[in-house]
Design a protein around this ligand. Structure first.
Ligand code: WTA
Length: 659
């Protein structure tokens, strides 16, 4: 099991939900939660059927809730039809919210653009009409490589409107990573921007698309639509490229939504697994949207006057569910932020909360930890220097939040009055699974607390048997749920093997180790596979290793995670070169070369924090790399484990000294 951040603070206090919050909460008090939980456990079909009828608009009502005949390829609401975009736009306009602000966009430089539900609807329709005119239709795959912008949300919604399947690639991924995704998903359309603006700098995007396509294998791509963000220089391919602004011009501001089957893929999002290339996680339309909307109302207690801010990028699942789909389905006003938390200074988040009177704020522990450092060294950037009284609820996502960061967030950002919802979920789960409900759950810093109604989470051993409270085991979900992953794009065998291993009785295997205490509160202990979590971003050790060994100097590489006070985990690489093992200045130079190489192959987020060179790697007599030992060495600790099975114990010494 990889290590999550080590805590020096032991916080055993329990924080009950504030009375004022309980009174007005969408799910108010334990009895209300218990009633939902029991209803969902006793008759899941009736429960989910009722939720789906109440919360979504169906063009054609479903008659069957769950079809298990081809498990684990479950179908939810499988004979129903709906349109996701109409559920996010028309549904709100029809109930009188046309003039309500849907998006408040704040650019990197602080400029603000406000977009009402009516204006967003018109924009989405114009883009959809443009795509339609170019010949794209339901089922086609669209790669989206855009910066955080109104356009990113609108393009995703436009795809949903036509039944085009989008696959968003985070703007921080390299052209190589982009090319792999274009090929794997079989994209015919790519949407990008000339440049993105982050932290005061303009960074190219379009040129990465050009590079990706030039690498080959992307012949299926017919068009590249380019959103003009900065007006920076781009190389233009006359027949292939078209400006988004030109595409939208003269298009009608209405576009009939295409009703799709509830199981029609809404999107494919690539995420790291323990082996091989990233997996294309395929999500549905109906079940996914249902959970996106319900969790907005349950976990985030969505209210008509809320100003919601999720700081994620739409390149990750959090940005899909809690920016593009959930908040819009729930008719909320939300902030979309282009920039970074530290520009122009580390007070940016707090200043934006004050400026826009944000009420519900959702961010990652890494961001909190890095801002704590800045705030504690400069009072100007401390949350206390801002008026944050608009806040009523705080959320955390992506990695375990250590009790120190939890307490700081609770006291300094939430003024001790805002519940903190520590939400555990994954790209594969589509939405929150384990989380406190702010009007119900007593909070325990460091625990993502309890399961949501309808989510049959449990801790089991390697045979699938339940383990007793307080014992560690595998986190599984025993019953299917509507927003679950439907498939790995193009690889159903891998889907079955990764998530529904036979020995676990058909349960969904999350890949996290965890334990559950006597109060039914879950504590996540870290991944059970070779997946790292760096700044809340998932990274496969194998991916980084493949990138390293593809460099001409490298013979072998092993990558492990090391606990890091800011990023949660950091990447440490042990590398054997084809030539002599470098030392001193030469080692520094080659290490830099290799780090840049990884950034080029995957993206800057995958750069190893540290590279150590050795003549070999610690291996068993059968040639298996002993990562367990490398993790100890990476932490800078002495190896006290039994090394008698090692072929070459002396190598540990060399790697320990090779700092
Ligand atoms: C980890 C992000 C502890 C976990 C939404 C999971 C967490 C992986 C939490 C999924 C949390 C996410 N507490 N660990 N609240 N949230 N994780 O797919 O290891 O990018 O399996 O989805 O992040 O990462 P992903």
């Amino acid at each position: 099991m990889s290590n999550s951040i080590e805590s020096t603070l032991v916080e055993t206090r329990v924080f009950p939900p504030p009375e004022g919050f309980v009174k007005q909460a969408n799910i108010s008090g334990r009895a209300a939660y218990q009633a939902l939980l029991t209803q969902a456990d006793d008759d899941p079909d009736a429960f989910w059927g009722q939720m789906a009828r109440e919360h979504l608009h169906w063009t054609r009502p479903f008659t069957q809730v769950l079809d298990e005949s081809n498990a684990p390829f479950y179908r939810w609401f499988g004979d129903g039809e709906l349109n996701v975009s109409a559920n996010c736009l028309e549904a709100n306009i029809e109930r009188g919210l046309g003039d309500k602000e849907a998006l408040i966009f704040e650019a990197d430089n602080g400029d603000v653009t406000r977009v009402t539900y009516q204006a967003l609807y018109e924009k989405v329709c114009q883009i959809a009409n443009g795509f339609k005119q170019m010949g794209y239709q339901a089922g086609d795959r669209v790669i989206i490589y855009l910066p955080m912008s109104v356009e990113a949300v609108a393009v995703m919604q436009a795809c949903a409107r036509l039944g085009l399947i989008h696959s968003v690639v985070f703007g921080g991924f390299s052209s190589k990573a982009l090319q792999e995704r274009i090929i794997d998903v079989g994209a015919t359309l790519v949407v990008t921007a000339d440049e993105q603006v982050r932290g005061g700098k303009n960074l190219p995007l379009k040129s990465a698309v050009d590079e990706a396509i030039a690498m080959g294998g992307c012949e299926a791509v017919k068009h590249v639509v380019v959103y003009k963000r900065t007006g920076g220089n781009v190389i233009w391919h006359e027949k292939r490229d078209i400006w988004l602004q030109d595409l939208m011009k003269d298009q009608a501001t209405s576009c009939a939504p295409v009703a799709v089957n509830a199981e029609h893929p809404l999107f494919i999002l690539y995420t790291s697994g323990s082996t091989g290339k990233p997996k294309g996680v395929q999500h549905s339309s109906g079940g996914y949207l249902l959970w996106a909307k319900l969790t907005m109302q349950w976990t985030f207690d969505a209210k008509p006057d809320d100003v919601f801010w999720c700081t994620a990028d739409v390149g990750w699942v959090t940005g899909h569910t809690y920016i593009t789909y959930g908040p819009l389905a729930a008719g909320m006003t939300q902030i979309v932020f282009e920039g970074v938390p530290t520009y122009p200074n580390a007070g940016r988040f707090w200043q934006m909360i004050e400026r826009h009177k944000v009420t519900v704020f959702y961010t990652a522990p890494t961001a909190i930890r890095s801002l704590i450092k800045a705030a504690e060294t400069n009072a100007q950037f401390h949350p206390k220097s801002f008026d944050l009284t608009s806040l009523r609820l705080l959320g955390s996502v992506g990695e375990p939040i250590n009790p120190e960061a939890w307490m700081w967030y609770h006291i300094n950002v939430g003024g001790e009055r805002c519940p903190v919802v520590d939400t555990w979920w994954q790209t594969e789960t589509g939405g929150h699974m384990l989380t406190p409900l702010p009007g119900v759950t007593p909070l325990k810093p460091g625990s993502c607390t309890t399961r949501l109604p309808g989510i049959a989470a449990a801790i089991v051993d390697e045979t699938g048997a339940d383990v007793a409270a307080g014992n560690g085991g595998f986190l599984v979900i025993k019953r299917p749920w509507p927003s679950m992953i439907r498939n790995i794009w193009g690889d159903p065998e891998r889907f079955k093997k990764s998530y529904f291993p036979e020995e676990l009785r058909g349960y969904y295997l999350a890949g996290d180790g965890a334990q559950c205490d006597a109060d039914d509160c879950f504590w996540i202990m870290g991944r059970i596979d070779d997946v790292l979590n760096v700044s809340g971003h998932r990274l496969g050790t194998m991916e980084v290793e493949s990138a390293l060994v593809s460099h001409e100097l490298v013979a072998e590489a092993a990558v492990v995670g090391r606990p890091d006070a800011t990023t949660g985990e950091a990447v440490v690489a042990f590398v054997v070169l084809k030539g002599a093992t470098p030392e001193g200045e030469q080692a520094t130079l080659i290490a830099k070369q290799l780090r840049d190489w990884v950034a080029k192959e995957i993206g800057p987020i995958a750069k190893p924090k540290e590279i150590r060179f050795g003549d070999n790697l610690p291996k068993t007599r059968s040639g298996k790399i002993m990562r367990r030992l490398l993790r100890v060495v990476a932490k800078g600790e002495a190896v006290t484990q039994d090394v008698s099975t090692l072929e070459n114990p002396a190598i540990l010494d060399q790697l320990t000294k090779a700092v």
